[in-house]
Design a protein around this ligand. Structure first.
Ligand code: ADP
Length: 479
């Protein structure tokens, strides 16, 4: 796998340039350093914001919506043509198995396609009002939008966030994560090739506390979207608040799947496990809690344990079930959490393959059974390949446990009873509820976001276009 660009560069105003300092690029599968990336500073963010402002004052700011859509469509086509290259880069950079990285590349293209088609379809309305007036609304871009994205799904999160923002005519400043920024840089090259005007998208990799903090608190930014941890989300909201700037925060969760006594377990089982171990559990919407009616508890634990025992963990490019986690620090955090498991609660562990490089950041997937819902392992995000299984007695008990954390991102319900499906969809505190599936195959069309500490605002789907635009009311008195 070779890069077709210099990973030490930042994109500002259509120009690629080097920063004064760099950061090491680490391969999670081996622990080895394999290059350097840019270490953007506040001055680079200043320049990026100025370039975005210039783009809004230039051709980008005047471009008709359908032409913005055409550019996004071209970006999508180039992504599809280069999907394998992008997947190879993402797999190595993040440590995710190739098949998952391939799916991420296709999803990024799907975001471009979806927002390409949507760009000229968000309309205002006319409002009946007093005699002599004509009143209507306009949907306008915020202006300069800041995008701070994490390392777990760089392609997908960039796609949903930047795709929607560009469709609405904003000019973007993107700060990818210091752990994995390579596909964001590739995206910048692709966007240029597709004809995106200079300054409409600026990309400045760097540390969160440097480039990220400079971006979220920048007085020239008009909206910030952030995906990442709760602690950093709170800092970003506080920084943006100083400039009275709206934020969209997507902060993770402790998402449950509820397995009722009438669930079709053959159908549920792959979802129950995959939703916990995909991307080594480093997924905001990971299903880290499996709540099971007591009558099926032993059966579910047994069948999940059987699957866990067959899971294989190894290097990203070996394309096994699970790759390494992102860093040594992340592995320590996960292992620290797993060390809290009560005696006898480990129902099964998967295997790290014998030839996995010793320096890689591997964690054996771990299934924990009969964990008290109040236990930290059932309350806090682990962000690693681990799930807890918890029994419940009846529907009310299930809802109380499901809603009994600080989070509310996603929930899954497994039952053949139609009335219960509808009741659960209403009662569960979450931004998305899945009935007899989990994740709906990633659906780029489906609005996504949380309640509580999972954040606020919605990304994905048509709904995101409202978040990346601002409504203006025009009232004309003409007599
Ligand atoms: P994770 O715990 O998943 O690494 P973080 O919330 O730490 O998630 O990071 C997500 C993104 O937020 C990354 O791009 C990171 O650089 C950025 N970030 C981290 N700290 C800050 C900060 N203080 N201000 C702005 N951005 C930050």
């Amino acid at each position: 796998m070779t890069l077709w660009y210099d990973p030490r560069e930042v994109l500002i105003g259509g120009d690629w340039c080097r920063t004064a300092e760099t950061l090491p690029l680490e391969d999670p599968s081996t622990g080895a350093l394999w290059g350097e990336i840019a270490r953007g500073q506040a001055s680079d963010i200043d320049a990026a914001v100025a370039a975005a402002e210039a783009a809004l004052a230039g051709p980008w700011g005047r471009m008709p919506a359908f032409e913005r859509g055409r550019i996004l469509a071209r970006i999508g086509q180039i992504i599809l043509a280069r999907a394998e290259d992008l997947a190879q880069i993402e797999a190595r950079d993040v440590g995710k198995p190739l098949k998952q990285a391939r799916a991420d590349a296709v999803a990024m293209a799907r975001y471009m396609e979806f927002y390409a088609g949507a760009a000229d379809k968000l309309m205002g309305e006319t409002i009946p009002f007093l005699e002599g007036y004509t009143v209507y609304t306009l949907r306008e871009p915020h202006g300069v939008t800041g995008h701070i994205i994490p390392w777990n799904y760089p392609m997908q999160i960039l796609g949903r966030s930047v795709g929607a923002a560009l469709a609405m005519g904003n000019a973007c400043v993107l700060k990818p994560a210091e752990e994995a920024c390579l596909t964001a840089l590739a995206f910048g090259r692709i966007a240029q090739e597709a004809g995106l005007p200079a300054g409409a998208l600026n990309i400045v990799p760097g540390l969160g506390e440097e480039a990220g903090a400079a971006l979220s608190g920048h007085p020239g930014i008009h909206h910030v979207s952030f995906t990442g941890s709760v602690g950093v989300g709170a800092m970003i909201q506080a920084a943006a608040a100083r400039n009275i700037v709206p934020v969209t925060l997507e902060l993770g969760g402790k998402s449950p799947q509820l397995v009722f006594e009438d669930a079709d377990l053959d159908r549920a089982l792959p979802f129950l496990v995959n939703a916990g171990i995909q991307n080594a559990g480093q997924t905001c919407s990971a299903s880290s809690r499996i709540l099971v009616h007591r009558s099926r508890f032993a059966e579910v634990v047994d069948r999940m344990a059987h699957r866990y025992a067959g899971l294989r963990v190894g290097p990203a490019l070996a394309d096994l079930d699970i790759g390494p986690v992102i860093s040594a620090r992340q592995r320590e955090i996960i292992e620290g959490m797993l060390a809290l498991a009560p005696a006898g609660s480990v129902a099964a562990r998967g295997q790290v393959v014998a030839d996995a490089p010793a320096g890689g950041f591997y964690v054996a997937p771990t299934l924990l059974a009969d964990i008290d819902p109040a236990h930290r392992l059932a309350q806090d995000e682990i962000f690693g390949p681990a799930q807890v299984v918890i029994p419940f007695d009846d529907d009310d008990h299930a809802v109380a446990i499901a809603n009994g954390t600080a989070f509310g991102l996603v929930a899954g319900v497994w039952t053949e009873n139609g009335g219960r499906q509808m009741r659960m969809a209403k009662r569960l505190r979450a931004g998305q509820v899945f009935v007899n599936n989990y994740g709906a195959a990633g659906g780029v069309e489906l609005p996504f976001g949380g309640v509580g500490k999972s954040g606020h605002g919605r990304e994905k789907g048509f709904e995101a276009l409202y978040g990346f635009s601002v409504l203006k009311t025009v009232a004309a008195l003409h007599g």
